[in-house]
Design a protein around this ligand. Structure first.
Ligand code: ZN
Length: 96
């Protein structure tokens, strides 16, 4: 339930202008979901970077400015995936 910031009267869902005082009330529904990706730094981005370090690195570079949390998650996942990949290749070399 939303309320007018100016007069405090109740607003209906999706209402753009307060029916009581006429103030524009579009702030409550404004979220950065227009791009389709939230900057929540989700675990999924880290997992993606972990499985595909190159993709994680690209996402990190692309999102560094716009979505720092996602960029960080993808970048960390990419680094971990990259290091583990190196270690596993080294261990395979050592076994041979
Ligand atoms: Zn109002």
């Amino acid at each position: 339930m939303a309320f007018c910031k100016k007069c405090g009267s109740e607003l209906e869902e999706g209402q753009q202008v307060c029916g009581n005082c006429g103030t524009s009330v579009s702030s409550t529904s404004v979220q950065s979901t227009s791009s389709g990706v939230n900057d929540n730094g989700g675990f999924g981005w880290g997992l993606l970077g972990f499985c595909f370090p190159i993709v994680g690195l690209i996402l990190y570079l692309v999102w560094r400015q716009d979505k720092p949390n996602n960029a960080k998650a993808a970048g960390i996942g990419a680094i971990i995936g990259f290091v583990l990949g190196l270690l596993s290749s080294f261990s395979q070399l050592g076994a041979m």
